[in-house]
Design a protein around this ligand. Structure first.
Ligand code: NAD
Length: 244
């Protein structure tokens, strides 16, 4: 068990990658504080609590940390999975929608890290992992807010890693496409879901989509100081070779 007695905050634990990451930490013995915009998460455990929060609001991010300390007395690890994807180009996207996406994907990471570092610095084994995207490095059409917001997450990760070294290690995972509720609607609307999956797989040199477990494995490695204790400010591409 890699995280026995550690207290871990996972944002976006109510869905998709965050939910998978949260389950991984529970399996590895951690006590879990999940958060997200949904009223609750699906995970049930006597070692887990859930705090509903819109992380664009600094006070709500602070409340997640306060509830973690109230329930478990400390915070050792933070994983920022919460995020949204809006589809649109420069021409079709209103400034308000652009700002909203940046506010959730980048501002939410800022707010959560800012609230959590006050507790993380007290831990003997602290770390932060952020979830960016390969699209934060390699733009595609119709993601005018998403790509810049994820590029920002990469740089924010490096800035926090620099500011909090040597105390807190801070690293970023860049997933490729993973079939989660974030993209499930595209499969529901597709005439031929198998053909859609094949077309997504063909975007990657490894010729497949990613799995939630691929992301959880990367987060496990980067959060465990025995495995990655000499790594900080790094970007781990878990995207089937799309950035080769
Ligand atoms: N699924 C993919 O293909 C893919 C690819 C690359 C990167 N990512 C990134 O991985 C992360 C997780 O994506 P997913 O596919 O699991 O998405 P998802 O839609 O399944 O889950 C998103 C989670 O974010 C939370 N969230 C959204 N807005 C929030 C807010 N304002 N405040 C707090 N929480 C909020 C939701 O409550 C939910 O728990 C995101 O940052 C996403 O950009 C996903």
């Amino acid at each position: 068990m890699k995280f026995e007695n550690k207290v871990v905050i996972v944002t976006g634990a109510s869905s998709g990658i965050g939910e998978g990451v949260a389950k991984m930490f529970l399996e590895e013995g951690a006590r879990l504080v999940g958060c997200g915009v949904e009223p609750q998460m699906k995970i049930e455990s006597d070692r887990a609590i859930y705090v509903q929060a819109d992380l664009t609001d600094p006070a709500q991010a602070q409340n997640v940390v306060d509830k973690a300390v109230e329930a478990f007395g400390q915070v050792d690890k933070l994983v920022c999975c919460a995020g949204v994807t809006f589809i649109g180009s420069l021409e079709t996207t209103e400034y308000s929608a652009f700002l909203r996406e940046v506010s959730i994907n980048l501002g939410g990471v800022f707010n959560m890290c800012k609230a959590a570092v006050k507790e993380l610095v007290k831990s003997e084994d602290p770390s932060i992992v952020t979830i960016g995207s390969d699209l934060g490095v390699r733009p595609i059409p119709e993601r005018i807010g998403y790509c810049p917001s994820k590029a920002g997450v990469i740089m924010l990760t490096k800035c926090i890693a620099l500011e909090y070294a040597p105390k807190i290690r801070v690293n970023c995972v860049l997933p490729g496409l993973v079939r989660t509720p974030m993209i499930e609607q595209r499969f529901e609307e597709a005439q031929d879901p198998a053909a859609l999956e094949e077309s997504y797989a063909s975007l990657y040199p490894l010729h497949k989509m990613g799995k939630v477990a691929d992301m959880a494995n990367a987060v496990r490695f980067l959060s465990c100081s025995k495995d990655s204790g000499f790594i900080t400010g790094e970007i781990m591409n878990v995207c089937g070779g799309s950035l080769i």
